[in-house]
Design a protein around this ligand. Structure first.
Ligand code: ADP
Ligand code: ADP
Length: 227
């Protein structure tokens, strides 16, 4: 089943002479449970695409369906709820809230949604991510790799169907990068979640089931990785 369907998406920033066409008629579908890497040069439109898939930036044209829902027909508040329930976003610079401790950062998406924290679910997640002894720490008391593991837990706590990561290892050394990718792979497999990662790192892209290459806002290659 296609969990994600992108149809003729274009994105233009600004107006008139200074406008930038960041995406130009992009279409593709992703099956549930697939791990997709998106690669391409800087400025090719990768982050724009991920933001549009994540419901944080609107397309100028085209449609995005997540689990059959036409995302951009939802009004702002419905989209915010949809995003919190269906989509987990992971950023290069973690975006943790500095005054909240690890547990509070992780459970924030549930609190915003007035949902109860399922203790078993939380325990399992922090256990896999090696954060059990760090729950009352503040983000600035953690290493970069640990902070990224917190942001992964936060992205996954609401059991989203779609997990989107923008250069999740861009700020980490090789050893931490490998750990983070291994954890993302393990978690998406266990939960049959769809995982889409933007990466500059070829060794990460080659671990995906599929690599989509973007140049100048267009898909120039879409290949299945045989292992
Ligand atoms: P990367 O190449 O690592 O994907 P960029 O440095 O191109 O990231 O951009 C980082 C973020 O800054 C993007 O996600 C985008 O939202 C924002 N950004 C990039 N270019 C511009 C711009 N010209 N004006 C405003 N925001 C921009
Ligand atoms: P990538 O992630 O591949 O580096 P981006 O999606 O960040 O590419 O950017 C694609 C193009 O859109 C670039 O030319 C960038 O400068 C431009 N861009 C990105 N975000 C914005 C923005 N908020 N305002 C204006 N231009 C932007």
């Amino acid at each position: 089943m296609d969990i994600l369907k992108v149809e003729h998406v274009s994105k233009i920033y600004g107006k008139g002479e200074t406008s930038v066409k960041a995406l130009d008629d992009v279409s593709f579908s992703v099956e549930q449970g697939q791990f997709v890497a998106i690669i391409g040069p800087s400025g090719s439109g990768k982050s724009t695409l991920l933001h549009i898939l994540g419901g944080v930036d609107t397309p100028t044209k085209g449609k995005v369906y997540v689990d059959g829902n036409d995302m951009y027909t939802l009004n702002e508040s419905a989209l915010a709820i949809f995003r919190r329930r269906q989509i987990g976003l992971i950023y290069q610079f973690y975006n943790l809230i500095p005054v909240l401790n690890v547990e509070e950062n992780i459970t924030l998406p549930l609190l915003l949604d007035h949902r109860k924290v399922e203790q078993k679910n939380l325990d399992e997640l922090v256990d896999i991510l090696g954060l059990s002894t760090r729950l009352s720490h503040l983000p600035n008391e953690l290493s970069g790799g640990q902070q990224q593991r917190v942001s992964i837990a936060r992205a996954l706590i609401a059991s989203p169907t779609l997990v989107l990561a923008d250069e999740p290892t861009g700020n980490l050394d090789r050893k931490n990068s490998e750990e983070i990718v291994a954890l993302l792979k393990q978690l998406h497999k266990e939960k049959n979640q769809t995982l889409i990662i933007i990466t500059h790192d070829e060794s990460i892209a080659l671990q995906a089931d599929r690599i989509i290459s973007i140049e100048d806002g267009r898909i120039v290659k879409d290949e299945v990785i045989r292992k």
